[in-house]
Design a protein around this ligand. Structure first.
Ligand code: PEP
Ligand code: MG
Length: 318
């Protein structure tokens, strides 16, 4: 029965009692967008635009950007596509934008911060996204990476509005943004939690260091609490909060996220069937109870074990 559900997964994420949780895809290079659509993704929750330009020493032209962005939008006609502005940083240097000489690049001029030094690159990108959105039918949402403050949010949303991009949001991947999410979401249309970086910064554990893996898990109760705080801010403002970090691809954690109030889950396309199957095995009320278990856990291992132990459907997954 489970195998049949997985085979027929057509991208309608929902709990057993019918609470809809759109399951979206993370997309890097544009030529992966069609495969994501074929895998049943209901839209794109994270288009990592920096992957289009990783090797460049010169900023890409607006025309070239439009062509790349259109390829992703074209794979999702009429569907939501969340386009993230360039997230240059420690793990993804963009030679035309980032200074690789920083002593501590994960804490440096990365993500939206590069726009203070080089506003034209962001301006050109927003112009390109707006042109691509005009040419295709996908519903384009734009969001900025590595937002830490309300003023950064305000400035980013104003820039988007000036380009006619009317749905503008921010990623919550810095603890300061999680704690201020209410004020941030008074200024932005939506938030998407990047749990990879949120975990890195909450636990002060470099995401590139395998040695720190026990600290680098989204099951850390402090990380779960930051996600909960972000969702409370969203609920307070009536704005949707999604998750687009790797944690959304962990089926047991996806249930916790839904219980915390996360509206959409975005993941690598291959994770979609398992997450859909586990979500379909629980009610929204059960998700909330499992979320409380994860929030209240004393350790990451306790939280993971307690939640997994209450999801028998996990045993049926490959
Ligand atoms: C994240 O940090 O969780 C995220 C989705 O962004 P990236 O992995 O591209 O930094
Ligand atoms: Mg990130």
């Amino acid at each position: 029965e489970l195998a049949a559900r997985v085979r027929t997964f057509g991208g309608n994420g929902r709990t057993s009692d019918g609470h809809a949780v759109p399951l979206l895809a993370n997309v890097g290079a544009p030529d992966g967008a069609q495969a994501a659509a074929d895998a049943g993704a209901e839209g794109v929750g994270l288009f990592r635009t920096e992957f289009c330009f990783l090797d460049r020493t010169e900023a890409p032209s607006i025309e070239e950007q439009v062509a790349q962005y259109r390829q992703v939008l074209a794979a999702f006609p009429g569907k939501k596509v969340v386009v993230r502005t360039l997230d240059a940083g420690a793990d993804k240097p963009l030679p035309f934008l980032t200074n690789t000489q920083e002593p501590n690049p994960a804490l440096g001029v990365r993500g939206l911060r590069t726009a203070s030094r080089d506003p034209q690159v962001l301006e050109d990108q927003l112009a390109a996204i707006a042109q691509a959105a005009q040419a295709e039918t996908a519903e384009v949402w734009v969001m900025a990476p590595m937002v830490a403050t309300t003023s950064e949010t305000e400035e980013f949303v104003a820039r988007c509005t000036a380009h006619g991009l009317t749905t503008a949001g921010v990623m919550v991947e810095v603890p300061s943004a999680a704690l201020q999410s209410g004020q941030i979401l008074a200024r932005a249309d939506f938030a998407s939690i990047g749990t990879n970086d949120l975990t890195q910064y909450a636990m002060a554990a470099d995401r590139l260091l395998g040695e720190l893996a026990p600290l680098q898990t989204h099951w850390q109760p402090a990380v779960v609490q930051l996600i909960a705080a972000t969702c409370r801010g969203g609920a307070q403002q009536g704005r949707p909060v999604g998750v687009c970090g790797e944690s959304a691809a962990d089926p047991a954690f996806a249930v916790v996220l839904v219980g915390l109030g996360v509206a959409t889950l975005s993941m690598s396309p291959r994770a979609l069937p398992d997450v859909a199957a586990v979500l379909e095995s629980v009610t929204l009320e059960e998700c909330r109870a499992l979320a409380r278990t994860a929030v209240d856990a004393e350790t990451a291992d306790d939280g993971r074990a307690a939640v997994r132990g209450r999801l028998p459907v996990l045993e049926d997954l490959g």
